[in-house]
Design a protein around this ligand. Structure first.
Ligand code: UDP
Ligand code: MG
Length: 143
């Protein structure tokens, strides 16, 4: 997901391009202005944290762009592409390392496990995602 700061800072195209160029396949994409209750459900595991209220304010401050990307090891590798939670700990070359400064304005979200990805896909795309065959498949995967 591209968070409200990523949208406001015109990073939507840049972030999508990184996942496309890596070789992952887009399965769903939409812009949304979620209710606070939806964001609270999305971040339910962090509800006890001191930064929770600020996080929900931040996430509710503007539209977000939600995406589902598919591919081999996409959850693990996608998190590497995002960088560490704190931009100051993110390697240069990662999205957070290259485009942000503070943890509370870290421009993107990525599921942290396949289980949480499945849960988040259901939460954000209850209508389902798009199944399609990419003609580039044989140029990205050996088999
Ligand atoms: N966050 C924050 N302060 C913190 C830790 C996290 O504002 O000390 C925010 C930050 O935007 C982060 C989000 O809460 O991306 C979710 O935290 P999580 O630990 O799940 O990090 P992520 O999975 O996004 O790397
Ligand atoms: Mg997380």
């Amino acid at each position: 997901m591209i968070k409200p700061d990523g949208v406001q800072r015109n990073l939507v195209g840049e972030i999508i391009a990184r996942f496309e160029k890596k070789g992952y396949k887009l399965a769903a994409l939409k812009m949304a202005r979620p209710e606070r209750s939806h964001l609270e459900e999305h971040y339910a595991d962090l509800s006890g944290k001191g930064f929770f209220a600020g996080l929900i304010d931040y996430m509710a401050s503007g539209p977000v762009v939600c995406m589902v990307w598919t591919g081999v090891n996409v959850v693990l590798e996608g998190r590497k592409m995002l960088g560490a939670t704190k931009p100051s700990e993110s390697a240069m070359g990662t999205i957070r390392g290259d485009f942000c400064v503070e943890v509370g304005r870290n421009v993107c979200h990525g599921s942290d496990s396949t289980d949480s990805a499945e849960h988040e896909i259901k939460l954000w795309f209850p209508e389902g995602v798009c199944e399609w065959d990419a003609c580039t498949n044989a140029w990205i995967y050996e088999k």
